[in-house]
Design a protein. Structure first.
Length: 119
């Protein structure tokens, strides 16, 4: 990258709709995507993204920062982790997740998300 890039999620380069509960806005920063996921109450990866991904669990690596709301991540090995605002998280492939509570979970993702929820 040889120039400064300055973009806003108010005008995303792409919006990826989930099956029912939310979306991800994507900014291309050079050759790297950055996403802001808006996961609405009732969102669960296995219901809202699995039909798009076509895999049994999420096979994307996420490097994220939780801005608001709560989410529980279920790893394929049976472990579970709760995410809350202010958490920075590195989630390896092989997981499911769901929004907790009545509010949306909003998360920035700097991970390997070029194909995440992409139709």
């Amino acid at each position: 990258m040889s120039e400064l890039l300055n973009k806003s999620f108010d005008k995303p380069d792409e919006t990826r709709m989930f099956e029912g509960h939310g979306h991800a806005d994507v900014l291309m920063m050079g050759d790297r995507p950055v996403a802001r996921g808006q996961f609405e109450p009732g969102w669960r990866w296995s219901n809202d993204v699995k039909p798009i991904a076509g895999t049994e669990s999420c096979q994307v690596s996420h490097l994220g920062y939780v801005l608001e709301g709560r989410m529980r991540v279920f790893m394929d090995d049976g472990s579970e982790y709760d995410l809350t605002p202010g958490h920075v998280v590195a989630i390896p492939p092989g997981h499911d997740a769901e929004v907790l509570g009545d509010g949306a979970c909003v998360m920035l993702d700097f991970g390997e998300i070029s194909g995440y929820a992409k139709r």
